[in-house]
Design a protein around this ligand. Structure first.
Ligand SMILES: O=C(O)[C@H](O)[C@@H](O)[C@@H](O)[C@H](O)CO
Ligand SMILES: [Mg+2]
Length: 382
């Protein structure tokens, strides 16, 4: 079998889907995208085409190495997202060619169902109580929300009280019937991280995500010393080589590689195995579309240390399209009591509605995250 064509479709809300065609008629789908840089990743995908056209799609490891090592410069958000989407599509082709789901190509399932969580509260975490109430009715009991709005490097007791007060309200309203992660989203600088973590201790969040920016990873062990709250990070790390440093230095209880940013299934399954050796859990990051989620689920079903899966149904970013709008087999993604079953169809298990994708790609938005500024006019982390 040979790869004959790559086609990219940027689609609402802010995703990109990649279709890889072969000379035997089998097609694979991937989701190479960095939120806000879809056009850049699209260019990177097409720059890699000469390494792929005419090649056997079944030689995923060799194609991965050629894409990673072949360009001299390597790593980072753009190139690793391009590789990720291509990798996902190659696994999709392989599974379809052999008539098995990707998890069976990776040694089979370690679990029967996977625990999912939903976002509540939006960019500026508000109405989280109402959001949780609505989703509780659907049997969902695990959530994530932003921990703060903009926060200055050194902010006020009032700002801390506002952030903590929201969490206190959640515990007040729902007790221990629900669990929730708090995403600091890189908005909290090192001077404030310890302050905020300590103030949140009494409310026992399931985890705090990106307690500081990924470029401040040396703070993870120091912050972990100061709190019992499990620390999580990973959406802004892009390969085994970044995650190995974080595992070596310690501090993170949960790694959150993104299957559409960190080199795809091939790379993230290795990252998950590395984490298991350090007794670190994995909870793949996925605020994206259905192909990215499917790739995450195949990792989840073969990784003993996979504990939670993010999915974007109802997320505040999904303006103009929802998680399953481009999927024909929507029922396969049904959640039951906050869990999802394995995707058992061959390949990634996503039946892409190509007509819908092509139609939607005709007016793809150029989504970019907002540029926030503090009261004094300086740039604030979004
Ligand atoms: O945890 C999450 O889902 C992420 O922090 C998410 O909010 C960001 O990755 C966002 O998609 C960037 O545009
Ligand atoms: Mg996050």
């Amino acid at each position: 079998m040979k790869i004959i064509k790559l086609t990219t479709y940027r689609v609402p809300p802010r995703w990109m889907l990649l279709k890889i065609e072969t000379d035997e008629g089998i097609v694979g789908w991937g989701e190479p995208v960095i939120e806000g840089r879809a056009r850049t990743v699209e260019a990177a995908v097409h720059e890699m085409t000469p390494l792929l056209i005419g090649q056997d799609p079944g030689r995923i490891n060799d194609l991965w190495q050629a894409m990673y090592r072949g360009g001299f410069y390597r790593g980072g958000a753009i190139l690793m997202s391009a590789i990720a989407g291509i990798d996902q599509a190659l696994w999709d082709i392989k599974g379809k060619a052999l008539g098995v789901p990707v998890y069976d190509l990776l040694g089979g399932r370690v679990r029967d169902k996977m625990k999912m969580y939903s976002w509540v509260g939006g960019d500026r975490p508000s109405d989280v109580i109402a959001g949780i109430g609505k989703l509780r009715a659907l049997g969902i009991d695990t959530f994530k929300m932003n921990g703060t709005e903009e926060l200055r490097m050194l902010d006020s007791a009032r700002a801390v009280d506002q952030a903590v007060g929201r969490i206190a309200e959640i515990r007040e309203a729902f007790g221990n019937d629900i669990e929730f992660g708090i995403d600091f989203h890189g908005r909290v600088a090192a001077p404030m991280a310890k302050v905020l973590l300590r103030a949140l201790e009494p409310y026992r969040p399931l985890f705090v995500e990106e307690p500081v920016l990924a470029e401040q990873a040396e703070y993870y062990p120091r912050l972990a010393e100061s709190t019992s709250i499990p620390l999580a990070a990973g959406e802004r790390m892009y390969s085994r080589f970044e995650f190995k440093r974080v595992l070596e230095q310690g501090g993170l209880a949960i790694l959150q590689p993104d299957l559409s940013h960190a080199g795809g299934i091939t790379e993230c399954v290795r990252i998950a195995a590395m984490a298991e050796a350090y007794d670190v859990a994995v909870a793949p990051h996925c605020p994206l579309g259905p192909v990215a989620l499917a790739a995450c689920l195949h990792l989840d079903f073969v990784s003993h240390n996979a504990v939670l899966q993010e999915q974007s149904m109802g997320i505040h970013y999904n303006q103009g399209a929802e998680l399953l709008d481009y999927v024909k087999n929507k029922d396969d993604f049904r959640m039951d009591g906050g869990y999802i079953a394995a995707l058992t169809k061959p390949g990634l298990g996503v039946e892409v509605d190509e007509e819908r994708v092509i139609e939607a790609s005709k007016n793809a938005p150029d989504w970019h995250n907002p540029l926030w500024r503090h009261e004094d006019g300086s740039v604030a982390e979004w």
